[in-house]
Write a protein of this length. Structure first.
Length: 468
């Protein structure tokens, strides 16, 4: 009898310990998959020139679509993917997403030409869009509301860690083995997530949730953004015949207006515009769009500066890029705690102001003479602190006051907006820097654009009003 009581007591203690650890185990698996997606994006920034050399007949515009096609499909598929996760099970959709992502990664590495690579990247984006909202929903579901700001900060830190490791690790991989291995490396990590996820993730769903599989809306928004982005990239090829890029821009804006009209009238639209009736949700998403443009231009242009102006090798440029993202990791953790205590508005506003200072620093400190320690490093630390405060808090503020049934769709829309901002950031960088001869003044133009975009974001986040 005594042994039976002791065994029962021991089993109870073990079960309690497992119960306490399970939320963090779920966090580990879901965040690792998110890490996979994040690191893949940063690696592609490094691999841009290597891919261009592998496909010499491809134009700079085509190479840019290796990144932008992925980001655009990812952004638009995030929203129906969020509904799928809610309706059919967050664990199930997460697992399918990881499987699709690693399969597409292998296809990317095997691509014989740039057009096949773009198609494989689109498939990869579909997998990423399935696992993204499901991953965050699994994390939010595992923790109490009081801990969510801290957990979302930690989740953002994982993405920041990927951004820190991506350039250095990716540059070494690409320089040593070729750009194909930037994709092949996803296979072992993805398989680990599948094996662990099958055993430890807990299924949850909302059987009455709407699935926003709005094919018409997807066509409208992809067409609109593709046309607007193409007008930005192509304008310099038609500098004496601006009627063509102007026509692309006009058509894109028109399609965007049609998309908004469609979402207002459709019974089950891609984007639920009712969510944007909240001042906080609306301000957060518009701010996220502008901030993401600025962040993408800063991150992508760094490799052009290091290799084209300062003459660094690709591995040297990757190592040089680590400091800023590495600063994001501890800042994101502290930012999550600060947001939990003081509210998101204070953290977001401060982060935007700090990031804008890094743009001014680069504008006045960067010269044609390589000077990483005094000209570049301080700017990286400043920008890293700014990003660490802003990025996780944008995610946290977006979903903070949403009802549980809207977690996946609300976070999916927010992530989609940020990805669309990244598409525009890449397009602006390619339009300004991808040419025969890059000069320092080109980077000055980018730094001014970054500063203005982040100041707009700072003004917008003052409208955020989340409850502590």
């Amino acid at each position: 009898m005594a042994n039976s009581i002791m065994n029962t007591s021991s089993n109870t203690i073990v079960n309690d310990q497992i119960g306490q650890l399970r939320p963090w185990l779920i966090f580990h698996i879901a965040s690792l998959a998110t890490f996979l997606v994040s690191i893949d994006t940063t690696v592609l920034y490094v691999a841009f020139h290597s891919i261009a050399k592998s496909f010499p007949d491809a134009s700079a515009t085509s190479i840019s679509w290796v990144m932008n096609a992925y980001t655009l499909v990812y952004a638009t598929c995030l929203i129906p993917a969020g509904g799928l996760a809610d309706r059919f099970g967050r664990k199930r959709v997460f697992m399918y997403g990881v499987a699709a992502f690693i399969l597409a990664s292998v296809l990317c590495g095997l691509s014989p030409n740039v057009h096949t690579l773009i198609l494989a990247r689109m498939l990869q984006a579909m997998g990423a869009s399935l696992l993204g909202p499901a991953a965050l929903s699994l994390i939010l579901e595992a923790f109490s509301k009081e801990k969510r700001a801290i957990v979302v900060g930690a989740w953002g830190a994982i993405g920041a860690l990927a951004a820190a490791l991506g350039p250095a690790f990716g540059a070494w991989i690409v320089d040593s083995f070729g750009w194909e291995w930037a994709f092949y490396i996803n296979l072992p990590i993805g398989l680990y997530c599948l094996i662990r996820g099958r055993r430890h993730l807990i299924e949850s769903s909302n059987p009455v949730a709407k699935v926003r599989f709005d094919l018409v809306g997807v066509v409208f928004i992809i067409g609109a953004i593709a046309l607007i982005v193409s007008s930005l990239i192509e304008y310099k090829l038609y500098i004496n015949q601006l009627i063509f890029p102007a026509a692309l821009l006009t058509a894109g804006v028109f399609l965007l207006a049609v998309f908004v009209y469609w979402c207002k009238r459709a019974s089950n639209p891609l984007v639920d515009l009712n969510l944007f009736k909240s001042n906080t949700y609306r301000a957060v998403n518009i701010a996220a769009f502008f901030f993401s443009i600025a962040f993408a231009t800063m991150f992508f242009s760094f490799f052009f500066l290091m290799t084209k102006i300062w003459g660094y090798s690709l591995p040297q440029a990757g190592l040089a890029m680590m400091t800023g993202p590495a600063t994001v990791v501890p800042t994101a953790l502290l930012g999550g705690r600060a947001a939990s205590k003081y509210g998101h508005k204070v953290v977001l506003t401060l982060g935007c102001i700090i990031f804008s200072m890094s743009s001014l620093w680069y504008l006045y400190a960067i010269t044609a003479t390589p000077d990483y320690l005094w000209a570049c490093l301080p700017g990286q630390i400043i920008s890293g602190i700014g990003v660490g405060l802003v990025m996780p808090s944008l995610s946290g503020a977006a979903v903070h006051d949403l009802p549980q049934k809207d977690y996946a769709i609300g976070s999916a829309i927010n992530q989609a907006v940020r990805q669309v901002g990244t598409v525009f950031g890449v397009a602006i960088t390619v339009a300004i820097l991808v040419k025969t001869s890059v000069v320092l003044n080109d980077f000055h133009h980018l730094y001014v654009i970054q500063f203005l975009l982040v100041i707009i974001s700072a003004a917008l986040v003052t409208q955020v009003n989340t409850k502590k």
